[in-house]
Every structure is written in structure tokens, then in C-alpha cells.
Design a protein around this ligand. Structure first.
Ligand code: CAA
Length: 390
């Protein structure tokens, strides 16, 4: 049965996330954007009320929210400020491979760590020469006795400067392409260097760093999943986290749409509020449609996961549509504001800068189209057993 009705609990969760975004995030969002500083106080409060780590199962101390519930939270956080929202959501990305392939001991210790204290973890996949082309990575992990020793650098790592541990992808067989990649849980120690905090166009409240592993040794048990199966783990992780990114993009688009709608009712030109002009009405109508469809695609991709079904194509539909829509809606919001939209005293230029990253991180809009084209023209028919049950 197709039913988009939320339960009373889900409505209450969304309301709680909205209230937090309105009271704790919105009032400081433009300040953190201007200064590009780490919003520690806001993150701590969000952790206290349970808006961080919502995905962590109850047996590890989390609330065990469903993917749909995660999407409800992320839309509201994205509406408040997607830079702060990204900082809050990044533990979900970092721990998804652990949830999918980690041993019980590892899960207990590291998922438990995040629910016991407001700590952070980062997902380390991208490298300077391996962005979209994941299998081109150069970081290596070599088995020495009972340890794996990692060497290499990862870039564009969300929360990298503040992470207590990292889920890191490395080549364990250099000649085997995507079939020679494994995933490791790497605690932060003296051999892990945080090299660079990026000065970004948008989402300036989120921390983005370069992380270098220099003879970093981890116990053999810190291998997540099977040796040389890390590429699939990364792809399955992204299937699970792209709905959340789509939700965040929907939140940005909704914020831009609301600001533009309100402004169009106040701003008078040619003797009437500009909302009376059809030129503006059509922009507002297109914005409303894009927000609506972004949310529907997001919810669909999340519900499939909650049903234990593969959602690769739906996840890419949602991520690509919502990200592109957020960029278009935020750009149109600046257009509705006219010249004022270009000025930092008004709220929408930040949203336009923030929206841009949605088309880039967790797979560019072009990569999503590549996935959609492959899944359409050459669908993978065999469902991975882990994906069926995760
Ligand atoms: N689930 C399970 N298995 C999958 C899969 C999926 N969704 N997608 C692919 N696979 C499997 C394939 O079946 C294939 O298996 P076999 O080895 O059995 O043949 C294998 O993986 C290789 O698949 P492809 O041939 O499709 O691989 P490819 O090298 O052509 O790459 C790609 C595919 C879609 C381009 C992929 O590399 C990709 O998604 N790139 C984008 C990476 C990305 O999103 N990076 C973002 C980093 S995270 C981030 O941005 C967050 C931050 O903190 C900033």
C-alpha cells in the first residue's frame, strides 16, 4: 500500500527537529557561516536531545531511528543550516560501513563511544587523485603480524579535525582495482595527522580536513567486512546515506522557497507586492514543485531501505534530483530578492552557496546519473546477501 502518512511518533520527531533547528540553529547559522568556525555548542546540544547518531541501534545506546525518520530529521537540520546539519549527520556516514560489516566487538565499542559522549567520527574515502573514481585510491594497508599498517592521505573529510576515529578505505591488493580495497576502523592516534582545514564557499560551519596516515597500525580485528570487499561496502554505504543528503538538500530548497515566498509578499514594485506578478508566481510555483518532488523521492528511497530492499537507483534519483533542485531553488530565491539577494545582509545568498555542495559531495550529480544509467541499461540482478538484511 502506498501511504505517505507519518505516525504520531514520526510527526513528533519531525517537530522536535524543527524546533531545534528554529531555536538553536537558525539564530546562529549566519554567524557560523561568516566566521567558518566549528559550532561546538550547537552540536553538543543536538547530541543531548538525540539529534545526532539517530541511526545507531538501541543495543549500542542509540535510538535506532529508521531511514525515513533519519530523513525527517535531516530535512529539518538542512532547513536550519546545512553546514551545521552536515556536521551532525557525518557520524551516520562514518559508521554506516561499521553497521554493515563490523564485528560485534567493534560495533559495541565504537558505536557505544558515540552514544556515550558527544564525539565525532569521519568517513575517509576520497583522495586528492581519487574522487569520483574510487578504485583509483592510493592509500595502502599492509598486513604485518597481527596488525594492518596504513599509509596515505584522504581529503575533503567532513569533521576530520574533530574525529575520534575514522572508517578508512585502503588498497590491500594494489593490482586488483576495485576488488583490492578494504575498509578499516582507525582510532585517532599520534600517527594520524590532520593537515588542512578547507576554507569553503558554502557549508562553512562544517569542518572539512585532509587526514594523513603515516605507518598507522590497527589490530587485525579492525578490518570492517571482508578483505578486498571494501569497494562494495563503500557503495552500499552510499546507497544508505544518499537519502539523508537528499533530505538535507530538500531542507535547503524549502528554506530558500520560504524566504522567497515571504519576501515576494512584502516587496512592492510597480505599485503591488511582487507576488502579484505572474513572473514571480511562476518562479514560486516551480520552487514549490521541486521541494515537493525532492521530498517524495527522498522518502521513497529511505522507505525502501526500511523495507530491507535495495535502493541504489532510487537513492541516486533522490540525491541527484534534490541536489539539483536545491541549487535551482536557491538560485531562484536570489532572483526573487533581486539585487538584495546578492547582498550578505539578506539570507538567501548563503543558501545558494550551501546548495552547491549538495551537487558535489557523496557523489556528484554526474555520478548519480552514471549510476542511474547503469542501473537502467545494465541492472545488477543479483542482490548482495548483506544488502538484503542490512
Ligand atoms: N551496492 C553493492 N555493490 C555495488 C554497488 C552498490 N550500490 N555499486 C557497484 N557495486 C559493485 C558492482 O556490482 C561491481 O561488483 P563486481 O566486483 O562483482 O563486478 C563493483 O561494485 C564495481 O562496480 P562498478 O563497475 O560500477 O564500479 P566503478 O569503478 O565503475 O565505479 C561509481 C562506480 C558509481 C562511479 C563509484 O565509484 C562511485 O559511486 N563514485 C563516487 C564516489 C563518491 O560518492 N564519493 C563521495 C565520497 S563521501 C563524501 O563526499 C562525504 C564527505 O564527507 C565529504
Amino acid at each position: 500500500m502506498v501511504d505517505f502518512t507519518l505516525t504520531d511518533e514520526q510527526k513528533a520527531l519531525r517537530e522536535m527537529a524543527h524546533e531545534f533547528a528554529a531555536k538553536e540553529i537558525r539564530p546562529v547559522a549566519w554567524e557560523y557561516d561568516r566566521d567558518g568556525t566549528w559550532p561546538e555548542a550547537v552540536l553538543r546540544k543536538a547530541w543531548e536531545v538525540g539529534l545526532m547518531n539517530a541511526h545507531i541501534p538501541e543495543q549500542y545506546g542509540g535510538p535506532g531511528a529508521s531511514y525515513l525518520e533519519g530523513a525527517l530529521i535531516e530535512e529539518e537540520l538542512g532547513w536550519g543550516c546545512s553546514g551545521i546539519g552536515t556536521s551532525l549527520a557525518a557520524n551516520g556516514l562514518a559508521t554506516a560501513p561499521l553497521g554493515l560489516g563490523g564485528g560485534e566487538e567493534l560495533k559495541k565499542r565504537y558505536l557505544g563511544m558515540l552514544t556515550e559522549a558527544p564525539l565525532f567520527a569521519s568517513f575517509c574515502l576520497t583522495e586528492p587523485d581519487a574522487g569520483s573514481d574510487v578504485s583509483g585510491m592510493r592509500t595502502t594497508a599492509v598486513k604485518r603480524g597481527n596488525t594492518w599498517v596504513l599509509n596515505g592521505s584522504k581529503c575533503f573529510i567532513t569533521n576530520g579535525s574533530y574525529a575520534s576515529f575514522y572508517t578508512v578505505y585502503a588498497k590491500t591488493d594494489r593490482d586488483a582495482g576495485h576488488r583490492g580495497i578494504s575498509c578499516f576502523l582507525v582510532p585517532r592516534d599520534g600517527t594520524v595527522t590532520v593537515d588542512k582545514k578547507e576554507d569553503k564557499m558554502g557549508q562553512r560551519a562544517s569542518n572539512t580536513a585532509t587526514i594523513t596516515f603515516n605507518e598507522t597500525a590497527v589490530p587485525a580485528g579492525h578490518l570492517i567486512g571482508e578483505e578486498n570487499k571494501g569497494f562494495k561496502l563503500a557503495m552500499m554505504t552510499l546507497d544508505r546515506t544518499r537519502p539523508g543528503v537528499a533530505a538535507m538538500a530538500t531542507g535547503i530548497a524549502r528554506a530558500a522557497f520560504e524566504f522567497a515566498t515571504e519576501y515576494s509578499k512584502q516587496r512592492v514594485q510597480f505599485g503591488v507586492p511582487i507576488a502579484m506578478h505572474q513572473a514571480i508566481q511562476f518562479i514560486i510555483a516551480d520552487m514549490a514543485t521541486k521541494v515537493h518532488l525532492s521530498r517524495l523521492a527522498t522518502w521513497h528511497s529511505a522507505v525502501l531501505l526500511d523495507q530491507g530492499r535495495r535502493n541504489t537507483i532510487e537513492s541516486s534519483h533522490a540525491k541527484r534530483f534534490a541536489a539539483d533542485a536545491a541549487m535551482e531553488v536557491a538560485t531562484d530565491a536570489v532572483q526573487v530578492y533581486g539585487g538584495y539577494g546578492f547582498i550578505k545582509d539578506y539570507p538567501v545568498e548563503k543558501l545558494m552557496r550551501d546548495a552547491k555542495i549538495m551537487q558535489l559531495y557523496e557523489g556528484t550529480s554526474q555520478i548519480q546519473r552514471l549510476v542511474i544509467a547503469r542501473e537502467t541499461l545494465l541492472p545488477r540482478r543479483v542482490m548482495e546477501p548483506a544488502a538484503a538484511t542490512a
